[in-house]
Design a protein around this ligand. Structure first.
Ligand code: ADP
Ligand code: MG
Length: 297
């Protein structure tokens, strides 16, 4: 792959906001004048459509199945701000391994020197991370990515997926695997969402790259088939995506995370359950022990 391009992989549980966040990062970097490729690695092949007015593109694997010889240019489509959009695609359901698909797709572009030809500054891989099986770990393991980020909300299953990713990164870290840049906190609308994720990153010795609110602007943009950067460039949410993109662009020092063991994660989530219940009780209780006492006395 091009020696110049910075290669970033964004992981997270399905539906957590990877493609939305990744597309806004790509759009923000393109807007700043960088040459960006977004490489969707979800078998759903829906990573890049908000960069292309909601339009889906044929995936590399689809093209490889249909044609004996594929010119990599056939799989590359231009999107917002000149971004290059690629979807790796996946095997036919029930057959084959998604990881091998990612390798095949990356190899096709490498063999045809696409990364050098396009003189890319950033290649951003948008990777499904519900299970970090050997296949989905490919971008970490095979030197495809330089830095890994994960999108997580404060929901337990999202944190569970992030913690599993940390285990994957840790186990490949002594064989040259990509390390962790940080956590992109998504759908953060209350102080306790922030507190839960702050605590999780502290326990796992990682960091938060940005707190992204759940926002109607994102929904409105998606329904128009666009990123928020394109559909609502002056919105507060677009500003947050630009700040995140800038941090990721500048990021250089990734680290090995310290994932929690399964039992540590259970104990940790149980302690948060207790705390949230106590908080709720405190809010429902009379405001103070002096409630009802006349202030004038
Ligand atoms: P993933 O790629 O992780 O499967 P998506 O990026 O497709 O997830 O997001 C799933 C849904 O959540 C989409 O409809 C998207 O618009 C919505 N979404 C993600 N992040 C936000 C946000 N910050 N505010 C509002 N909606 C969001
Ligand atoms: Mg997605």
């Amino acid at each position: 792959m091009s020696t110049k391009a910075k290669k970033i992989a964004i992981y997270g549980k399905g539906g957590i906001g990877k493609s939305t966040t990744t597309s806004n990062i790509s759009a923000a970097l393109a807007e700043s004048g960088y040459k960006v490729m977004q490489f969707g690695c979800d078998p759903k092949s829906d990573s890049t459509n908000t960069l292309r007015d909601g339009e889906y593109i044929p995936s590399v694997l689809e093209l490889m199945r249909e044609n004996r010889k594929v010119d990599a240019h056939q799989a590359i489509f231009r999107g917002f701000g000149g971004t290059y959009c690629v979807e790796a695609g996946g095997p036919q359901p029930g057959v084959g391994c998604a990881g091998r698909g990612i390798i095949a797709a990356v190899q096709l572009l490498e063999q045809q020197d696409i990364f050098d030809e396009l003189e890319l500054d950033y290649v951003i891989f948008d990777v499904l991370g519900d299970v970090v099986c050997g296949g989905f770990a490919v971008p970490i393991r095979e030197g495809i990515a330089d830095h890994v980020f994960t999108v997580s909300s404060a929901d337990f299953m999202a944190i569970y997926a992030a913690n599993n990713l940390f285990k994957g990164i840790q186990s490949y870290s002594n064989t040259g695997g990509a390390l962790l840049g940080g956590v992109i906190a998504n759908s953060i609308n209350t102080p306790f969402h922030r507190d839960i994720l702050d605590d999780f990153v502290e326990k796992t010795k990682t960091r938060i790259m940005e707190y992204i609110p759940r926002s109607l602007t994102v929904t409105q943009s998606e329904l128009q088939g666009k990123t928020t950067i394109e559909a609502a460039p002056d919105s507060e949410q677009a500003g947050i995506y630009r700040r995140l993109a800038n941090r990721i662009a500048k990021h250089t020092q990734s680290t090995v995370p310290s994932p929690l063991s399964s039992s540590e994660l259970r104990t940790w989530s149980a302690s948060w359950a207790t705390q949230l219940i106590e908080n709720e009780r405190a809010q429902q209780a009379p405001e103070s022990v002096y409630a009802g006492v006349n202030d004038d006395n």
